[in-house]
Design a protein around this ligand. Structure first.
Ligand code: 48F
Length: 259
Protein backbone atom coordinates (compact mmCIF):
# COMPACT_ATOMS: atom_id res chain seq x y z
CA UNK A 1 0.00 0.00 0.00
CA UNK A 2 1.37 3.40 -0.96
CA UNK A 3 1.80 5.67 2.04
CA UNK A 4 1.35 9.40 1.46
CA UNK A 5 3.68 10.30 4.31
CA UNK A 6 6.47 8.17 2.84
CA UNK A 7 6.00 10.00 -0.47
CA UNK A 8 6.24 13.32 1.36
CA UNK A 9 9.33 12.30 3.34
CA UNK A 10 11.01 11.04 0.15
CA UNK A 11 10.54 14.41 -1.53
CA UNK A 12 11.52 16.56 1.43
CA UNK A 13 14.62 14.61 2.44
CA UNK A 14 15.89 14.15 -1.13
CA UNK A 15 15.36 17.81 -1.98
CA UNK A 16 17.01 19.02 1.22
CA UNK A 17 20.06 16.80 0.61
CA UNK A 18 20.46 18.40 -2.83
CA UNK A 19 19.89 21.87 -1.37
CA UNK A 20 22.53 21.31 1.31
CA UNK A 21 25.01 20.27 -1.38
CA UNK A 22 24.43 23.63 -3.07
CA UNK A 23 25.26 25.82 -0.07
CA UNK A 24 29.00 25.92 -0.84
CA UNK A 25 29.75 26.00 -4.54
CA UNK A 26 32.49 26.54 -7.06
CA UNK A 27 30.03 28.35 -9.34
CA UNK A 28 26.47 29.55 -8.75
CA UNK A 29 24.64 30.26 -12.02
CA UNK A 30 21.60 32.52 -12.06
CA UNK A 31 19.14 31.99 -14.93
CA UNK A 32 18.22 28.80 -16.79
CA UNK A 33 18.21 30.19 -20.30
CA UNK A 34 20.47 28.75 -23.00
CA UNK A 35 23.63 30.55 -21.81
CA UNK A 36 23.25 29.47 -18.18
CA UNK A 37 22.37 25.88 -19.04
CA UNK A 38 25.28 25.46 -21.47
CA UNK A 39 27.68 26.96 -18.92
CA UNK A 40 26.29 24.60 -16.29
CA UNK A 41 26.75 21.62 -18.59
CA UNK A 42 30.44 22.31 -19.28
CA UNK A 43 31.23 23.23 -15.67
CA UNK A 44 29.61 20.07 -14.34
CA UNK A 45 31.33 17.99 -17.02
CA UNK A 46 34.66 19.40 -15.80
CA UNK A 47 33.83 18.16 -12.29
CA UNK A 48 33.08 21.56 -10.74
CA UNK A 49 30.53 21.92 -7.95
CA UNK A 50 27.90 23.98 -9.73
CA UNK A 51 24.23 24.80 -9.22
CA UNK A 52 21.81 26.82 -11.30
CA UNK A 53 18.92 28.87 -9.90
CA UNK A 54 15.88 29.85 -11.94
CA UNK A 55 13.06 32.03 -10.68
CA UNK A 56 10.37 30.59 -12.93
CA UNK A 57 8.58 27.23 -12.76
CA UNK A 58 9.76 26.28 -16.25
CA UNK A 59 13.39 26.39 -17.22
CA UNK A 60 14.65 27.32 -20.69
CA UNK A 61 14.36 31.11 -20.62
CA UNK A 62 13.84 32.58 -24.07
CA UNK A 63 14.64 29.33 -25.87
CA UNK A 64 11.20 27.77 -25.43
CA UNK A 65 9.46 30.57 -27.26
CA UNK A 66 11.69 30.32 -30.37
CA UNK A 67 10.92 33.41 -32.44
CA UNK A 68 7.55 35.04 -31.73
CA UNK A 69 6.30 31.71 -30.28
CA UNK A 70 7.31 29.64 -33.31
CA UNK A 71 9.25 27.14 -31.20
CA UNK A 72 12.12 26.57 -33.60
CA UNK A 73 15.55 28.13 -33.12
CA UNK A 74 18.33 28.85 -35.60
CA UNK A 75 21.93 27.90 -34.89
CA UNK A 76 24.82 28.91 -37.15
CA UNK A 77 27.91 26.90 -38.10
CA UNK A 78 30.18 28.16 -35.30
CA UNK A 79 28.09 26.49 -32.63
CA UNK A 80 27.78 23.10 -34.34
CA UNK A 81 30.49 21.54 -32.10
CA UNK A 82 28.32 22.31 -29.07
CA UNK A 83 25.31 20.65 -30.70
CA UNK A 84 27.57 17.65 -31.38
CA UNK A 85 28.66 17.53 -27.70
CA UNK A 86 24.97 17.42 -26.75
CA UNK A 87 23.96 14.96 -29.47
CA UNK A 88 21.43 17.55 -30.61
CA UNK A 89 19.87 17.14 -34.04
CA UNK A 90 19.90 20.09 -36.43
CA UNK A 91 18.55 20.40 -39.96
CA UNK A 92 20.49 22.40 -42.52
CA UNK A 93 18.21 25.15 -43.82
CA UNK A 94 20.64 27.10 -46.00
CA UNK A 95 24.41 27.60 -46.15
CA UNK A 96 25.44 28.46 -42.57
CA UNK A 97 21.92 28.22 -41.07
CA UNK A 98 20.60 25.20 -39.15
CA UNK A 99 17.25 24.81 -37.42
CA UNK A 100 16.73 23.03 -34.12
CA UNK A 101 13.48 22.15 -32.39
CA UNK A 102 13.45 24.39 -29.29
CA UNK A 103 11.76 21.78 -27.11
CA UNK A 104 14.21 19.06 -28.11
CA UNK A 105 17.12 21.46 -27.58
CA UNK A 106 16.01 22.24 -24.05
CA UNK A 107 15.32 18.58 -23.20
CA UNK A 108 18.71 17.53 -24.54
CA UNK A 109 20.55 20.29 -22.73
CA UNK A 110 18.87 19.60 -19.41
CA UNK A 111 19.42 15.85 -19.76
CA UNK A 112 23.16 16.18 -20.39
CA UNK A 113 23.70 18.96 -17.85
CA UNK A 114 21.95 17.18 -14.98
CA UNK A 115 23.59 13.85 -15.86
CA UNK A 116 26.96 15.62 -15.76
CA UNK A 117 26.14 16.76 -12.21
CA UNK A 118 24.55 20.20 -12.56
CA UNK A 119 22.13 20.84 -9.68
CA UNK A 120 19.10 22.79 -10.94
CA UNK A 121 16.72 24.66 -8.64
CA UNK A 122 13.65 26.22 -10.18
CA UNK A 123 11.20 28.54 -8.38
CA UNK A 124 14.05 30.26 -6.52
CA UNK A 125 14.71 33.97 -7.04
CA UNK A 126 18.05 35.59 -6.34
CA UNK A 127 17.15 38.66 -4.36
CA UNK A 128 20.63 39.82 -3.31
CA UNK A 129 24.33 39.00 -3.33
CA UNK A 130 26.90 38.18 -0.67
CA UNK A 131 29.67 40.78 -0.91
CA UNK A 132 32.85 40.18 1.11
CA UNK A 133 36.37 41.63 0.89
CA UNK A 134 35.56 43.58 -2.26
CA UNK A 135 34.20 40.67 -4.26
CA UNK A 136 30.97 38.79 -4.92
CA UNK A 137 31.02 35.70 -2.72
CA UNK A 138 27.55 34.15 -2.90
CA UNK A 139 23.81 34.53 -3.40
CA UNK A 140 20.86 35.49 -1.26
CA UNK A 141 17.90 33.35 -2.27
CA UNK A 142 14.20 33.13 -1.64
CA UNK A 143 11.20 31.24 -3.01
CA UNK A 144 9.81 33.03 -6.07
CA UNK A 145 6.25 33.05 -4.65
CA UNK A 146 7.57 34.95 -1.61
CA UNK A 147 9.00 37.60 -3.95
CA UNK A 148 5.87 37.65 -6.11
CA UNK A 149 3.45 38.08 -3.21
CA UNK A 150 5.67 40.49 -1.32
CA UNK A 151 5.50 38.41 1.86
CA UNK A 152 7.84 39.57 4.58
CA UNK A 153 10.02 36.45 4.74
CA UNK A 154 13.78 36.60 5.23
CA UNK A 155 15.88 34.82 2.62
CA UNK A 156 18.61 32.17 2.96
CA UNK A 157 22.21 32.40 1.76
CA UNK A 158 24.80 30.29 -0.06
CA UNK A 159 28.51 30.82 -0.68
CA UNK A 160 30.14 30.43 -4.06
CA UNK A 161 33.68 31.02 -5.33
CA UNK A 162 32.16 32.66 -8.43
CA UNK A 163 28.72 33.73 -9.60
CA UNK A 164 27.57 33.73 -13.24
CA UNK A 165 24.85 36.22 -14.16
CA UNK A 166 22.94 34.50 -16.98
CA UNK A 167 19.68 36.34 -16.36
CA UNK A 168 19.21 37.58 -19.94
CA UNK A 169 18.28 41.09 -21.07
CA UNK A 170 17.87 42.51 -17.54
CA UNK A 171 21.30 41.44 -16.19
CA UNK A 172 19.50 41.28 -12.88
CA UNK A 173 22.45 40.27 -10.71
CA UNK A 174 24.85 42.91 -12.00
CA UNK A 175 22.05 45.50 -11.71
CA UNK A 176 21.51 44.57 -8.07
CA UNK A 177 25.24 44.84 -7.35
CA UNK A 178 25.47 48.29 -8.93
CA UNK A 179 22.29 49.52 -7.23
CA UNK A 180 23.21 48.30 -3.75
CA UNK A 181 26.99 48.74 -3.66
CA UNK A 182 27.56 51.56 -6.15
CA UNK A 183 30.59 49.70 -7.49
CA UNK A 184 32.53 50.41 -10.68
CA UNK A 185 32.22 47.50 -13.10
CA UNK A 186 35.01 46.21 -15.36
CA UNK A 187 33.44 48.04 -18.31
CA UNK A 188 34.92 50.98 -20.22
CA UNK A 189 33.12 53.54 -18.06
CA UNK A 190 32.58 51.48 -14.93
CA UNK A 191 28.79 51.62 -15.51
CA UNK A 192 26.41 49.19 -17.20
CA UNK A 193 26.65 50.08 -20.89
CA UNK A 194 23.21 48.75 -21.89
CA UNK A 195 21.83 46.62 -24.71
CA UNK A 196 21.73 48.02 -28.24
CA UNK A 197 19.21 47.53 -31.06
CA UNK A 198 18.88 44.44 -33.24
CA UNK A 199 21.75 43.34 -35.49
CA UNK A 200 21.99 39.54 -35.68
CA UNK A 201 25.55 39.37 -37.01
CA UNK A 202 26.99 41.90 -34.54
CA UNK A 203 24.84 40.69 -31.66
CA UNK A 204 26.14 37.15 -32.01
CA UNK A 205 29.73 38.38 -32.00
CA UNK A 206 29.14 40.78 -29.11
CA UNK A 207 27.54 38.24 -26.81
CA UNK A 208 30.59 35.99 -27.02
CA UNK A 209 33.15 38.82 -26.82
CA UNK A 210 31.31 40.32 -23.83
CA UNK A 211 31.26 37.05 -21.87
CA UNK A 212 33.74 37.71 -19.08
CA UNK A 213 34.18 38.93 -15.54
CA UNK A 214 32.12 42.04 -14.85
CA UNK A 215 33.27 42.49 -11.28
CA UNK A 216 35.57 40.38 -9.08
CA UNK A 217 33.72 37.12 -8.48
CA UNK A 218 30.90 37.94 -10.90
CA UNK A 219 30.85 36.80 -14.55
CA UNK A 220 28.25 37.54 -17.23
CA UNK A 221 27.06 35.46 -20.18
CA UNK A 222 24.35 35.51 -22.85
CA UNK A 223 22.23 38.64 -23.18
CA UNK A 224 23.31 39.76 -19.70
CA UNK A 225 26.83 40.14 -21.14
CA UNK A 226 25.50 42.50 -23.81
CA UNK A 227 23.46 44.46 -21.27
CA UNK A 228 26.56 44.99 -19.14
CA UNK A 229 29.30 45.53 -21.74
CA UNK A 230 27.09 47.04 -24.47
CA UNK A 231 26.08 44.83 -27.38
CA UNK A 232 23.35 44.37 -29.94
CA UNK A 233 20.42 42.01 -29.56
CA UNK A 234 20.17 39.26 -32.15
CA UNK A 235 16.73 37.69 -31.85
CA UNK A 236 16.04 33.97 -32.21
CA UNK A 237 19.45 32.81 -33.39
CA UNK A 238 21.05 30.90 -30.53
CA UNK A 239 24.60 29.95 -31.53
CA UNK A 240 25.97 32.97 -29.68
CA UNK A 241 24.12 31.98 -26.49
CA UNK A 242 25.58 28.46 -26.64
CA UNK A 243 29.10 29.76 -27.41
CA UNK A 244 28.79 32.33 -24.63
CA UNK A 245 27.80 29.63 -22.11
CA UNK A 246 30.77 27.50 -23.17
CA UNK A 247 33.18 30.45 -22.97
CA UNK A 248 31.93 31.37 -19.48
CA UNK A 249 32.49 27.78 -18.36
CA UNK A 250 35.99 27.65 -19.88
CA UNK A 251 37.02 30.91 -18.20
CA UNK A 252 35.58 29.88 -14.85
CA UNK A 253 37.23 26.45 -15.02
CA UNK A 254 40.62 28.05 -15.81
CA UNK A 255 40.20 30.50 -12.92
CA UNK A 256 39.15 27.78 -10.47
CA UNK A 257 42.00 25.51 -11.52
CA UNK A 258 44.53 28.31 -11.11
CA UNK A 259 43.41 29.24 -7.57
O1 48F B 1 16.46 35.29 -21.06
P1 48F B 1 17.23 34.03 -21.06
O2 48F B 1 16.89 32.98 -22.04
O3 48F B 1 18.79 34.44 -21.13
P2 48F B 1 20.00 34.02 -22.11
O4 48F B 1 20.51 32.67 -21.74
O5 48F B 1 19.32 33.85 -23.54
C1 48F B 1 18.72 34.93 -24.23
C2 48F B 1 17.77 34.34 -25.25
O6 48F B 1 16.81 33.53 -24.63
C3 48F B 1 17.03 35.40 -26.09
C4 48F B 1 17.93 36.09 -27.03
C5 48F B 1 18.88 35.26 -27.85
O7 48F B 1 18.58 34.98 -29.05
O8 48F B 1 17.91 37.27 -27.12
O9 48F B 1 16.41 36.32 -25.21
O10 48F B 1 20.91 35.16 -22.13
O11 48F B 1 17.16 33.35 -19.61
C6 48F B 1 17.37 34.10 -18.43
C7 48F B 1 16.69 33.39 -17.27
O12 48F B 1 17.05 34.04 -16.05
C8 48F B 1 15.93 34.01 -15.18
C9 48F B 1 14.75 34.24 -16.11
O13 48F B 1 13.53 33.79 -15.55
C10 48F B 1 15.16 33.44 -17.36
O14 48F B 1 14.65 32.12 -17.35
N1 48F B 1 16.11 35.05 -14.14
C11 48F B 1 16.11 36.41 -14.35
N2 48F B 1 16.32 37.04 -13.18
C12 48F B 1 16.45 36.08 -12.22
C13 48F B 1 16.32 34.81 -12.84
C14 48F B 1 16.66 36.11 -10.79
N3 48F B 1 16.81 37.24 -10.11
N4 48F B 1 16.73 34.93 -10.12
C15 48F B 1 16.60 33.75 -10.78
N5 48F B 1 16.39 33.67 -12.13
Amino acid sequence: MLNEVTITKAIVSTYLAKFEQALELDVAIVGAGPAGLVAGYYLAKAGKKVALFEKKLAIGGGMLGGGMMFNTIVVQDDAQPILADLGLRASRYAEGYHTVDAIEALGCLVYHATRAGLMVFNLITIEDLVFKNGRVAGLVINWSPVEMTGLHVDPLTLHSRSVLDATGHGADIVSKLVRKMGVKLLTETGAMLGERCMDAELGEQHTVANTREAYPGLYVSGMAANAVFGGCRMGPIFGGMFLSGRKAAQELIARLDAS
